[in-house]
Design a protein around this ligand. Sequence first.
Ligand SMILES: Nc1ncnc2c1ncn2[C@@H]1O[C@H](COP(=O)(O)OP(=O)(O)OP(=O)(O)O)[C@@H](O)[C@H]1O
Ligand SMILES: [Zn+2]
Length: 736
Amino acid sequence: MDSNVDSQRVPDGQIFFRPVHPGISGKDMESGTSDGQQRKMMEFEISEEADMRLTRQQTQNRTGFASADTKQGSPEGADRKKMPPGKAWLWFVLILIVNFLMVRLLIPDAEQPVMVPYTLFKGEVGKGNVKEIFSRGDTITGRFKEEIAYQAAEEKAGDSRKASKAVTTFTTTVPSFVDPGLEAFLISNGVEISAKPIHEERSPWATIVYSFGPGLLFIAFYIWLFRRMAQQGGLGGGIMGIGKSKARRYDQEEGRKVTFDDVAGIDEAENELVEIVDFLKDPPKYTRLGGTAPKGVLLVGAPGTGKTLLAKAVAGEAGVPFFSMSAAEFVEMIVGVGAARVRDLFKQAREHAPAIIFIDELDAIGRARGQVAIGGASEQEQTLNQILTEMDGFSSREGIIVLAATNQPDVLDKALLRPGRFDRRVVVNLPDKVGREAILKVHTRSVPLAKDASLGELAAATPGFSGADLRNLVNEAALMAARRDQDDVRARDFLDALEKIVLGPERPLLLSHADKERIAYHEGGHAILGLVAHGADRVHRVTIVPRGQALGVTYQRPDSDRYNYTEAYLRAKIVGMLGGRAAEEIVYGTRTTGAESDIEQATGLAHRMVTRWGMSERLGLIQLAPRENPYLGGPAGYGSARPFSDGTAEAIDAEVIRIIAESHEEAKRLLRAYRKQLDVLAEALVAQETLDEQEILRITGLPPAPALDAGKLPVPDGGDKNAEPSVSLPGVAGPS
Ligand SMILES: Nc1ncnc2c1ncn2[C@@H]1O[C@H](COP(=O)(O)OP(=O)(O)OP(=O)(O)O)[C@@H](O)[C@H]1O
Ligand SMILES: [Zn+2]
């Protein structure tokens, strides 16, 4: 069975098979169509039990994409540090509470006077027990010399258990008939008649706290807030630091310079930047004849492909200071701060020219103006305008080059891309197999490799991995080897690390024998179809050890990176995905929930065949789903503004349903034909849990999957002789 849950939506237009495991968002191996000629669909590599999609998360890089890794200065960190406004309110409330408690503690006589009857008051005056009084209107407030025990009448009636109160401060009301002799009576009994209210009298301390406390606290709070913000900028300079940029100078901070030696596998991008290095080394050489060097270079590419690294390498090679800042860090809670930071960043760079300014995640502020959600808009706009102003403001003779990185070039404000600004665009692609090997070499420079660890094979097994993913893989493998007390990192460590990264850690589950057998048949179904379906990817491994969300996994991967897919290949893919369920149906005659992600992936693929790749005769070559961001995978679906009729929508559904139904039939037909092989494979899986390619071939006696153009497969002995294995899948326009 497969993973029961697939938390990742699959963006339209990309074939990615990712293991259905929610925890590995960063590891996606992507593939997808990118624009124009450079139609670069990446491949699927490992197919999970029905081939999981490796897909880019739709969410943007800022929400926890970043390959879970270790990038320094990643914008995520910065976002976290920023205090959300909600927290400020919490502080505000806390301060009010503290203030209240202080007042209570410092002003013991802030107690309310107790209301006593006029007669009792006069009685006490008569006894000479009243020290002083203050009168306003018909109300008298005063203090007894000695406290008296008093219980209000209404309380007596209500609750007899209530103890009488000890009263020193009292208040009473003079009856409506005026008591003419009162004043003389008071004086004769030695009562002081006070000119100021008695119960509001406070100690000098209390007065200070009352009048200044709250104000002081607020001021302290704001000072603290500003300081905190300023400290985040690394400048710790009180309120004044807030408008400073938080740019980091890598040349000073890091011991070792990054050079082009540290960058591998993205040669084209690297070559394009060589000229920039040259310019920075000797600006006059270029400007001597009146030419202008580029001011801004936009690095465009998927997350983790090495854009930041490349920018640092340019600085390292040229030997100039490198000021780096993530665009997300520009914008703070306070409007105007972003613009101030931009100004400061450029000022710093100018002081150290020639220099490089690197702005990461440019899309965070470079989004087309007016396209931003209300609220952050004006701040974002101001910041963006400031960048434009600054870029216009320096001449190329100054030797400053602004590099910026984004993975959403299409959302950028057009003004940023005008000549004199970011007029050069360098695409940083995901590395191909050769590139991945080179990157692995860079990152294993200080890792002792065992003889059996072949970086070439590892590169072949990791299509769609970015440089950051590969670095992470090497790191995981090294940790794995260390945990195993080895002195070197072996092939097994790399494979285990890869599996862990792609699928999540092994999950110990107590499964009954019956469950195991069912999972074995499900995975066996995928695997057999991988071997016999025409054009399917090679099956590398089958396991029924639960991992991440998956109960079992069938790994399939093409022999080489694929950039384009034939329809037959896609159909074989769908047939393979449905093989798990088909096997269960054939063997048990019942269904389980185990095929959920298989179904999801198959549907997604069929949908894209129809809506994006023009593989439905009935609908023809019409684009029926929007293109998506080639670097991130993007939102699919037109929402309410669907540019086609209801009839077309119905036709799309019908075509998708037809493709799935045909593939399902095909899967069942093939599995019936290869039932004997399915049985032995399932049995072996229950016994051994994991089988590699050689074992699978030996156990089933099947030849490795034929290439697409291979001839008919032999009908296996013992198979259903009537059900001839298919050589070609029914065409899209086939009988329906
Ligand atoms: N081509 C590469 N060669 C060598 N190492 C690489 C390469 N690409 C990425 N890495 C490794 O991955 C790390 C992260 O890459 P980097 O931060 O440069 O990616 P990025 O493209 O800027 O990503 P993001 O768009 O998420 O900011 C690098 O510090 C480096 O160690
Ligand atoms: Zn499955």
